[in-house]
Write a protein that binds this ligand. Sequence first.
Ligand code: IMP
Ligand code: MG
Length: 185
Amino acid sequence: MLETAEKMIEAAGQRLERVVYTEGEIRARVGAMGEQIARHYEDAGDLLVLGLLKGSFVFLADLVREIPLPLHVDFLVASSYGSEKVSSGDVQLLYQSASTLKGRNVLVVEDIIDSGTTVARLMPLLREREPKSLEICALLHKRIVPLEWEPRWVGFDAPRDFLIGYGLDYSEHFRHLPFIASLRD
Ligand code: IMP
Ligand code: MG
């Protein structure tokens, strides 16, 4: 798989630096997160898992299968990066879920929090819709400074490198890699 991925990455004009999290490491961590989240919401009632597209689609699919509670799934589409490696800071909500948030436990699922701009822009909009509770779960966190909206659950404290795979893209490439890797500059 790694060799195939390396060829794909090269074909897209990029080079693989290293595998940062293997498939097995991700599976173990997502399993543990699912367990913690299930324990937290066990007696809380209605749970809506709200994935931020596109990056969270792989993580969310694996995560919800590790949460043995009644729950609903919906998505939001926010866009900030365009085709660049650096956030433009201009976060746009391209799609708002039609699900009612009022009175429900809402868990926002994000692939990676970098500057925190995306969640900082998004969370007040969700808060306005009066959920009973509102939390963030992020697979990866490039933590440098404390954020206004800290995720309650984080998979890995990620290195500052630009990461791809397991939902994460570079110009829409590489989302389907089963592991997370960094690209050479
Ligand atoms: P923030 O707004 O700076 O926190 O960036 C969050 C969004 O940027 C994430 O939802 C990702 O889509 C994208 N992003 C941040 N870092 C990376 C990375 O290393 N690889 C791929 N996408 C990233
Ligand atoms: Mg993205």
